[in-house]
Write a protein that binds this ligand. Structure first.
Ligand SMILES: Cc1cc2nc3c(=O)[nH]c(=O)nc-3n(C[C@H](O)[C@H](O)[C@H](O)COP(=O)(O)OP(=O)(O)OC[C@H]3O[C@@H](n4cnc5c(N)ncnc54)[C@H](O)[C@@H]3O)c2cc1C
Length: 321
């Protein structure tokens, strides 16, 4: 039996950050992810020749350590500033929508940093953990029957999925499963016709949508390519709806705001459901560890949310291992 020092489940920001820190500290690390490539909720999807950041839209950096890391990625050409012309539709009591903070995007897609990190690590994609067992060490079994044995385990899927992997009897499960995540339906739209618009992004505070971005306005992208996100309320209410229903409803809501789209047939109109998109009440613990089992749990939801939170949590997780 080959025993790996650390197996990290999840090749999103938290998993790959943890893995990169551990490897830099001389540990042997293997990362597994059920997806075909790195990114998680910060993936870039390609469809019919168009590319969409259909999850995370941009990142912000407030923590000093994260800001320094962002500058290093900027120097490598993996991240740059996006300065969208922003419109706000519908009233909102706070001023968060108009916040002037720097918006950063991956180049050429939101997953650029993660591709870079993954290329320096032993990552196994298409490897969905189906079962985990613990004796002296961890044994992970994939849905296709492959196994890995690990001394230490770092879990980074969203809380409900992590709790399910641990099983309801595990002492950490109830705490983890109680962390609330809200869903987001995302709509990807591309048009073959060139159109000028007076803005690149819209904060929407009424109707089914909450956000619209011209993906093509981000650096190193092009085209009349858009991503729209439904509000948490609409996404929750329509969580189990048919994909076609989401496409029809959200396209209509999009065309109400982006009038150019009313009479145009899109080349791509595709909805994607993020069942666990954003954590509404994140923890402030960095990561959760259970030393008796050589187990660490991490994710954006452990450290204040979003990409910055995921990065901070990944760092914290590596420290705990
Ligand atoms: C629609 C949307 C919009 C967002 N907008 C922004 C934004 O503008 N700015 C921002 O900063 N953040 C945004 N976020 C949040 C941001 O995407 C997340 O905070 C961040 O990507 C979380 O990274 P993570 O590594 O913690 O989790 P994830 O990215 O969820 O990574 C977990 C990984 O675990 C894998 N996994 C799960 N179960 C298994 C299993 N059984 N076996 C193997 N692998 C498994 C998944 O495939 C996934 O890759 C947005 C998210 C969504 C969905």
């Amino acid at each position: 039996m080959k025993l790996i020092d650390v197996v990290v489940v999840g090749a999103g920001w938290s998993g790959l950050t943890a893995a990169a820190c551990l490897q830099a500290a001389g540990r042997q690390v293997v990362v597994v992810d059920k997806a075909r490539g790195p990114g998680g909720r910060s993936s870039t999807r390609r469809q019919d020749g168009f590319s969409f950041d259909h999850g995370a839209q941009y990142l912000t950096a407030r923590d000093e350590g994260f800001r320094a890391q962002v500058e290093a990625w900027r120097d490598l050409g993996l991240i740059t500033t996006w300065q969208p012309r922003i419109r706000v539709v519908g009233a909102r009591p706070d001023t968060a929508n108009g916040s002037p903070e720097e918006r950063l995007v991956g180049v050429p897609g939101m997953n650029a940093v993660l591709h870079y990190q993954a290329s320096h690590l032993d990552c196994r994609f298409g490897w969905r953990v189906a079962a985990m067992e613990r004796s002296d060490s961890w044994t992970l079994t994939s849905t296709t029957g492959q196994t890995l044995h690990a001394r230490h385990l770092v879990l980074t899927p969203p809380p409900e999925q992590t709790a399910a992997l641990l099983g309801s009897a595990h002492p950490l499960s109830a705490q983890i499963a109680s962390v609330p995540m809200s869903p987001t339906w995302a709509l990807m739209l591309a048009f073959n016709v060139r159109v000028q618009t007076e803005f690149d992004a819209v904060f929407v505070n009424e109707g089914p949508l909450s956000w619209i971005a011209r993906n093509g306005s981000k650096p190193a992208r092009q085209g009349n390519v858009w991503v729209a996100h439904a509000s948490p309320e609409w996404s929750e209410a329509n969580l189990e709806c048919e994909q076609e229903f989401a496409e029809r409803s959200l396209r209509q809501a999009f065309a109400e705001i982006m009038t150019f789209a009313r009479d145009l047939r899109p080349a791509v109109c595709r909805a994607h459901r993020w069942r666990y998109a954003l954590c509404s009440v994140p923890l402030d613990v960095g990561a959760i560890d259970y030393p008796e089992h050589n187990l660490v749990v991490a994710g954006d939801w452990c450290a204040g949310n979003r990409i910055e939170g995921a990065w901070l949590s990944g760092r914290a997780a590596a420290g705990r291992v």
